[in-house]
Design a protein. Structure first.
Length: 331
């Protein structure tokens, strides 16, 4: 498993790997020989009450929210036991790109709830954690946080879900379809799998993502170099984007497809955050979700960077999110 380059604010921690055996998926399929990649910060207290789970975004990894971790930050390891996990399909946990038994397009399709299932197994079976003080994530990570609160509410004290709807909007699905089309139009796609690096496809993918995830020309100018460093296995992106498209907490077993019932079932203290304009996941989604969760708070992120407001690339955004999330956890 290869590790992507570290950014300036990333924390270099030793990777840990939990071999969980076969991972049963909600679809009935199985990921064989599933390995859950993760890192930890801090120490689990004697009451096992200070664990915080960080979930990663699409194409992201356990460094995704490193800017929240550290002394005088929202997640001070002197107080919290932070578990940052790599989701299924990100190239570090078992993925289409690294599976020996089910490589590339032979990998079974998975869902957001399957990511949560793998994380729960890691916490309960390996780390001995049965209560989470908080689950925190952005974008696809925020989707996982919401799903945690619905599927395993008895384990979750609070959630901070950033730039994440309760159900993926048709707009967001269209964005994913456009970016998939960029990759699949590359000549290295043979109709069944990629037989080389889709350079033309990556270039087109990057143009679409830069414009929609960054929101504005000013934002693109500021974070241009970070975008240029973006690269991952195309098979992994296809599979994670399909999981992203299918996100719907209302489809949780027992809820009959009712998003409202799913949101009203949440008992965890909840804070949902989004910028005023998000051209990937429209801010109307988190706002509406917050209005249907008892006692939930919606916070607007004052950023010019749209969906990338939670990406850690801007010092002002990092400072704001540390202040707001830190205060939420202290309440």
């Amino acid at each position: 498993m290869s590790h992507p380059p570290l950014l300036a604010w990333h924390i270099d921690r030793q990777h840990q790997r939990a071999e969980l055996g076969d991972l049963q998926l909600e679809s009935g399929d199985v990921i064989r020989g599933y390995v859950q990649s993760y890192v930890t910060h801090g120490t689990l207290d004697a009451e096992r009450s200070n664990a915080v789970l960080i979930c990663s975004a699409i194409t992201g990894n356990h460094h995704r929210l490193d800017y929240l971790i550290g002394a005088n930050r929202a997640l001070d390891p002197a107080r919290w036991f932070v578990v940052a996990v790599d989701p299924i399909g990100n190239g570090l946990s078992t993925s289409p790109s690294n599976s020996r038994d089910q490589p590339r397009m032979r990998f079974p399709r998975f869902a957001i709830r399957d990511m949560v299932t793998a994380q729960r197994r890691l916490l309960c079976e390996v780390l001995g954690v049965r209560h989470l003080a908080a689950v925190i994530g952005a974008s696809m990570g925020g989707m996982q946080a919401l799903q945690w609160a619905v599927s395993h509410g008895e384990m979750v004290g609070s959630i901070a879900a950033m730039t994440a709807p309760a159900r993926t909007s048709p707009w967001s699905i269209a964005v994913n379809e456009a970016t998939r089309s960029c990759l699949l139009s590359d000549p290295h796609w043979n109709g069944s799998e990629f037989v080389g690096s889709p350079e033309r496809g990556w270039h087109a993918w990057l143009l679409v993502q830069r414009m929609l995830a960054s929101r504005s020309p000013e934002s693109i100018d500021r974070i241009e170099r970070a975008w240029q460093a973006t690269r991952f296995d195309p098979h992994d992106f296809l599979y994670q984007s399909w999981a992203y498209d299918a996100h719907d907490i209302g489809s949780t077993p027992g809820l009959a497809g009712d998003v409202g019932s799913a949101l009203r079932s949440i008992r965890a203290r909840s804070m949902l955050l989004a910028p005023a304009v998000d051209l990937y996941n429209p801010a109307s989604g988190p706002k509406q979700a917050a209005s249907m969760i008892a006692g939930a708070r919606f916070v607007e992120i004052p950023s010019i960077h749209g969906h990338q407001a939670t990406g850690g690339l801007d010092e002002g955004d990092r400072r704001f999110l540390n202040d707001v999330i830190g205060a939420f956890l202290r309440d």
